[in-house]
Each structure stands twice: as C-alpha cells, then as structure tokens.
Design a protein around this ligand. Sequence first.
Ligand code: ZN
Ligand code: ZN
Ligand code: FE
Length: 754
Amino acid sequence: MPEARFVVVRGTVQGVGFRPFVFRLASQHGLTGWVRNDDDGVKIWLEGDQNALTSFLEDFPQQLPPAAIVAEIDVTPKGIQNFRTFEIIASKHQSGPSTRISADLAICSDCLAELRNPTDRRYQYPYINCTNCGPRYTIITGLPYDRPKTTMQAWPMCEACQAEYDNPLNRRFHAQPVACPKCGPTYNLALADDTSTFVATGTDAITQTATLLREGHILAIKGLGGYHLACDARNAAAVETLRARKFRKDKAFAVMVADTHHITPFVEITVASSKQLQSTARPIVLLPKTSAADALVGVAPDNSHLGVMLAYTPLHYLLFDMGAPDVLVMTSANRSSEPIAYEDDDAKTRLAGLADAFLIGERPIARRVDDSVIKPIANTFVPLRRARGYAPAAVTTLPTSTPLLAVGADLKNSITLVVDGQAFISQYIGDLEHYGAFQAFEETIHDLTSMYAVDLAEAVIAYDVHPGYRSQQAALELPALAHIPIQHHRAHIAAVLAERQAWDTRVLGIAFDGTGYGDDGAIWGGEFFVGSVHAGFERVSHLHYATLPGGDAAAKYPVQAAAGFLHGLDLPDLTEPPVNFPKRYLQACKLITQSVQCYPTSSAGRLFDTVAALLGFTHEMTFEGQAAMWLETLAQTASSHDYYPVPLVSSVLDYLPLLDGLIQARVTGTTPAELAASFHHSLAKGVTDAAFSLCDEYELDTIVLSGGVFQNGLLTSLLVTMLTAKGKHVWLHEKVPPNDGGISFGQAALAALQ
Ligand code: ZN
Ligand code: ZN
Ligand code: FE
C-alpha cells in the first residue's frame, strides 16, 4: 500500500543544490511527489511504499550536498494524493527574512575534474561552478537569490548553459552563477604601468601570471571576496619587497597551496587540521611550523605558526596547474589596516605601487569578504577571523522575535543582525579608527538590513558602553525601538554561551583581553564573572588594578604598559642591561609620578605586553597583539619553567609576586625563553586556583573562556588541561572569534534576553 510523507527541512538548504539532490534521491527510490523552496526551508512531498520511504529517509541525511547544513527535519505522515512523477515545483514567493544566504563555497571535486579535462567544454575555464560549489554571498545583490540579483546578470546564458540550468537532473540545475567560456566572463592581465590595456586574456592571461609569479613578481589577483597580493613564498626578495610596499613590517603572511602535500615539509598537519583545510569554507588554518619553515624567509617571522589555505577557486587551481610556484604568499590586497580592495578601479588606484601586474576577473564582486582564519587550540578549532566561507550563515537561533542589530566593538569589528531569532554575523570588517573600515562598517549595516528587509526603526540596537567608540556613536545616530548598551567583557562571555544556546546555564566566565570599558570607567581586561545570559553577569573578581600611562594608546608600546604594571615594585634600573628599556619607559614613569593621563586598568593584554617588554620586546608594536604573540612563540622554545605565585587576595588576582619573581630571575641570568614559559604556566596556575575557589564559592562546574588573550594557544591549552583535570567543563569559542570579532554576537545575545 502506498503511503505519503510531508517533509520540512530547515537550515542552509537553498542555493546549495538541495532540490536536485532530493529529486535524484526520490527518483532512485522510485518515489513520486514534489520538492520546492519555501520561505522557511525546503518542503518535500513523498509517495511510495513504506520500505522505499524508510530507505529514502535513512539515506537522506547521509548523502546531503556538501554545502548543505540541515538544522531540522520534520516528517509528517499524510494521506496519498496519487502523484505519478516526482517534480521540482516553483518556489512559493520568497520574501521572508528567514531565507538564508549561503556562504561562498570552494570548487567541488566534480568541477575540478571538468576544469582539468581537455574534452570538457569548461576545460580551463576560471569561472566554472555548479550547485555544489562557487560564489554565493560575494555575488548576491538582492533577494531572492536568482540570476538577475547576482553580479552575473550581465552575462546571459548560452543555449548549452541554459539547458543545464533548466534540467533538474543536471548538477547545474538553477546554479545561478553558471557560465562557460562561450557565454561567461573571463580573466585579463594588465601590467602596472598601464592598467587600462590588457596584455593577455583568458588562459593566456593565467599562464602569463603563473610565469610572472615564478619570476619573482608581485601580482594583484582578483579572487572571490577581494583582491589578493601574491608572490613566491620561497623567494625571500619578493617577500621582502611585498612587505616594504605594503608597509607591513612584521605581521605574518598566509600561504596558499594546491594540496596539503606541498606544505607538509613546513608545518605539522593532523587529520583534524587537514579536514579543516579541505572543508568547503577553505579557511586559513594556523599550523605549527617545523624547522624547515625557516626556508620561507620573512613569511611569518617571530611566529610559531604559519597560516595555510588550500586553493579554493578554479582560478587558483589553474595558476598552480600552469606552473605558478607551489607555495604562494596570498595576502589581502591593501596597504596596512585598510580594508581589502574588491572593486577593479579602486584596486588599480589603491594597489598602484604595490603590484607589478593585475590579473583582473570580469565578474564583479558584490561585497568585500576576507579570508577566514582558524587556529587549533586544545582539541578544537577556534575562529580568529570569521569571513569567507562562513559569513553570512546564521550562527544560531536566539529566543527573540524582535529584529536586533548589534554593532560590535571598534577593533576587529563585525556586526550581528538578528531576524526571526536567527543571528546572522557579518564578515570581519576591521578596525573602525581607519576611515575605510568605518565606511565598510556603515555599508555592511546598510547591506545586511536591506537584504533581510529590516526596518531599524522597529529594531533594537545593541552597542558597546565605551563612550569613545565610533560604533557607539553610529549606533546612537540610527533610529531604533531601543538602544541597549552592553558592557564589553560580558558580551565576550555571552558569545561563548550563545554559540551553545545556553541561555540559563550559570557559569564562571573569564574574560581576558586588551581593552574594554568597565562599569567603573576603568580599562578592564582581566575579569571574572558569575551568571548566565538570561540573568546577567556579576563581576566577582578581576586582575589587580595597575596604572596605565597614556590609556588605550599604551597598547602600542609594551614598555609604556610596563611602566604602569611594574610601578610600586622594588626595581633595579630597567634602562640598564639585561632589560634595556628605552627612553619611552622613563617618560611613562614620569606621567605616573605626575598622575597625568593615567588610567586604572585590569587588562590581561597589557600584562602580557609588560612581560614581553621585560624579556626583550622593547620596540613599538606594528599590529595588535604582536608582543603577546612574540611572548607565546618564545615560551614554546623553552625546555623548562618555574612557577611564581599569583594569589587571589580578597577577590583580586595579584600578579605582582609573579612580575617580581620574573625580574629577579631575569637580572640573575635566567633565559628569556624559560621566563616566558614560567609566565604562561604561573598565570595558568593562578587563574586555575582562582577559578576553583570561585566555582566552590558560587557552586559552579562550567567555566567559559573568552577575550583576545585566549587566542594564545599555550595559555588556553594549559588552562583547559588544568581545569578539566579536576572535573570542570571548559567552554571555548568554536563559531565566533574570542577576539572582538565575537563582540557583536555576544551583544545580540544579551540584548535579546534582556
Ligand atoms: Zn561544482
Ligand atoms: Zn555558456
Ligand atoms: Fe575584547
């Protein structure tokens, strides 16, 4: 006897080849009925005998298209309507905000095989794609996701492409960016001295680009979400030139390879990290370097890790196939701290003087999206930059029906838009003190709110309490139902809990970062909270308050932080060897004695800077977190370490005995590496002891770690090991960054539950 089932599937199920997949599976099982896209997901009607229905539903979750993410499947038995065939039927009008835009996807194995097959009509075509792969978020100009609302609208399909697009059995059925060499866009090459003339086009342009890279030139190459600057990672002179032109003195470059075996001599790859490298998001994965990595001179100096990504567009594979060096530096095309260039004319202007030649793709990029970065820490992968491949997929569902915009913090900004409870987090935007990044911030607010048809006048807007933040000012200028200020470090902790939808779980939250505005107006950054997202968080403990001469500006100069953090200790002359502090230290000490421009701070980030300064990092930082990264790298070279006390005294975690011990050991000749390790181990032990005592006092067994300091793999792993050894649960970030890139998400969660 035939039976019928009505199936509703929710999640990322549109724009990922879901309906053709259902069509094929139903046909295989001899089922009839239909499938269609709907406002809140994909709906399926199935008819057939019970065995066929059962085996369809068993195979279904096993054989999903690679990019589909199923959040929920509902199956309801129904009376049969005697369908004779199985069909893909027209979408119900989709205007609903819950339509999810898929993130961009790396090229799939089928397309890659066609790309390399001389008899295929898309042989060596740099824009090959299908429903399982290719651009999404970076080509969408509006909803619903259909060809006219993408940057492909200028290229009408040829007959052959149209036939594939219309055939439900074809892998390119309703693949919006579908194209071929006959009907679609291509790539062109221009030299820097005359960017308006193309010297080569198509396959030729790509071959010549590969040659230029081999010869040591620096190329601007248009990718999915913006331009990259590329050069041969083994060519020290090219890497140095790139640094000089980009005004990027020290910050590590990421590299791209076609396959993991090209990078295995230089880094340690585990099964888990290899899986991340090959995922459809193709993030940059920070991998521990081997000693052979010294051969990549200047790529990631003073860094224990190297950022590696696999090729993810057809163009990248073509470049490698056509003889480009097998390890390429691939870095966002910008001068230091500007947002990545993504529009052709802008790229030609802004990258003049940076690139020797431009490989320019004709398909426009709808919005800039940087490469994402993740780092293996303590048995998980922690996102450090969430952008391409992840944004703007919904991270989770929040228990609210009011639309909500959270504007984040000023550093490493991202914004979060909540529509029908779904939290969409924008791509990484950047540091808002830079004009270009601030513009990108405003554009992104406009972009996401118009895409999801949110009227801000009907929405709640959450922002950071820091009175000097541009994001706060911008938030207050927007019309809204209500404006809700959220304290920075509570947002950090809430973000971890919101990833797990743990609204009522009472936890001990430890937020360690560089800077955040505290309830008392002090610069916070070493905070212990007790509470839940629902009930709010009470600050129960914090790092000892130091004086920070120069306030937030001290974040650039470790010796300036050191002047404040060491103040009051019995000190030797730190301007003498072995410490050799420069004049800036004495100037900062003077500010303290005169009580000028001095601010109280409990910043863990500045504590790291202080220790880095004591151990040799006495110059200016050229990027955020540089001294702390240097310190972590140094610690990893040590063969032994000591413990110095970090006691909890009347709710204050006191690091002064630790600093005192480090200074004494430093002047008596202990190596900086050993002291760097001692610092990490001592701090981890002090925090662990404090956490146990607070957990006892407040009857808690779950500890949450967030804030930029927990990008430090050594400190975080030590803490996880020590805390779990005694039966505590430790929750780290897995979906949004522990740095300020996760703040908007935490703000959204706290505002939603208020
Ligand atoms: Zn494909
Ligand atoms: Zn075509
Ligand atoms: Fe922070």
